[in-house]
Write a protein that binds this ligand. Structure first.
Ligand code: IPM
Ligand code: MG
Length: 353
């Protein structure tokens, strides 16, 4: 197969970790006889510096025309001025929205060799295997009106949480489809005891459930879901939730796996084109030092092969190489080890064949 992959290294540790993922993808292409082309483009703070925009038009156009997009991270203290007109994060949000990538898949599993790396008790972690499906292009992240104003000398700010039934239906449907290939359980997370948009979310989820009689749906309020994630994470199979709840819960869930650095994500829409990125951020404190964990990005590359190129065997080959590397002691600093970024990438490469 011949395909072009857009690389968006971005800011902070982004370039270092994307480099390792690219090496792994190139090795896979060679081994399975595919022709993968890579095109690098700007996003985030580096794009603001070069063009004044967080997502230059050329980047969005290149992404839209490619088969899949692999992103490192955006943001950093250099662009953190709260009064700045343009912020790196806007680039990421514009990309998700511009390509209508409404379903964000964030798998969380616990590698048996890393149960000790989590601050949670190891016995609570065995068998944890969760897929968080986060709505990504609506909710409070995108709702309008959104503004700041001064009323009688007092400044106030307004954000709007809005969901239409169509937006809820399409993402909940994705969650049910995924559950069909797993343990057939969906937990829909909301705040229906307070929010009108959550009450709509709940009723639409109930409707979708009727088309999937083999899947068991339960509803849970986000506060108790947050608690259950650290007390009995094993109970979860697929979690589906709105944009902001999903943002928060997926970081929380990552603690189960031992490190944010390990976890990949896929953002999917109605077509095969998807955006793949590790769920961690740009980690400016360690940028440029060659010590960041590239495994979350490498695993995101595997998700790209699976979901955008339909190359499941190739994706599995990467995933099992990562699994073996971790099994055999590949530990970057976030996992209590001393391995650098390139060495961790090499550990995966060595186990590919
Ligand atoms: C994430 C990040 C982003 C989000 C930020 C960088 C805008 O936290 O992908 O989870 O909130 O969606
Ligand atoms: Mg987040």
């Amino acid at each position: 197969m011949k395909a072009t992959i857009t690389l968006l290294p971005g800011d902070g540790i982004g370039p270092e970790i994307v480099r390792e993922a690219r090496r792994v993808l190139e090795a896979i292409a060679q081994r399975f006889d595919h022709d993968l082309l890579f095109a690098e483009h700007l996003i985030g703070g580096c794009a603001i510096d070069a063009t004044g925009q967080a997502l230059p038009e050329a980047s969005l156009a290149a992404c839209a025309q490619s088969a899949g997009i692999l992103l490192g991270a955006v943001g950093g203290p250099k662009w953190d001025d709260p009064s700045a007109k343009v912020r790196p994060e806007q680039g990421l949000l514009a990309l998700r929205k511009g390509l209508d990538l409404f379903a964000n898949l964030r798998p969380v599993t616990v590698h048996p060799a890393l149960a000790e790396a989590s601050p949670l008790k190891a016995e609570r972690l065995a068998g944890v295997d969760i897929m968080v499906v986060r709505e990504l292009t609506s909710g409070i992240y995108f709702g309008t009106p959104r503004f700041r104003e001064v009323v009688e000398g007092v400044t106030r700010a307004v954000d709007t949480m809005v969901y239409s039934e169509d937006e809820i239906r399409r993402v909940v449907k994705v969650a049910f489809q995924i559950a069909m290939g797993r343990k057939r359980r969906v937990c829909s997370v909301d705040k229906a005891n307070v929010l009108e948009s959550s009450r709509l979310w709940r009723s639409v989820a109930d409707e979708v459930a009727k088309d999937f009689p083999e899947v068991r749906l339960e509803h849970q309020l986000v506060d108790s879901a947050a608690m259950r994630l650290v007390t009995s994470a094993r109970d979860f199979d697929v979690i589906v939730t709105g944009n902001m709840f999903g943002d928060i819960l997926s970081d929380e869930a990552s603690v189960l796996s031992g490190s944010l650095g390990l976890l990949p994500s896929a953002s999917l829409g109605a077509t095969r084109l998807g955006l793949y990125e590790p769920i961690h951020g740009s980690a400016p404190d360690i940028a440029g030092q060659g010590i960041a964990n590239p495994l979350g990005t490498i695993l995101s590359g595997a998700m790209l092969l699976r979901h955008s190129l339909g190359l499941d065997a190739e994706a599995k080959a990467i995933e099992s190489a990562v699994f073996s590397a971790v099994q055999e002691g590949c530990r970057t600093r976030d996992l209590g080890g001393t391995l650098g970024t390139a060495a961790a990438g090499q550990a995966v490469l060595d186990r590919l064949s």
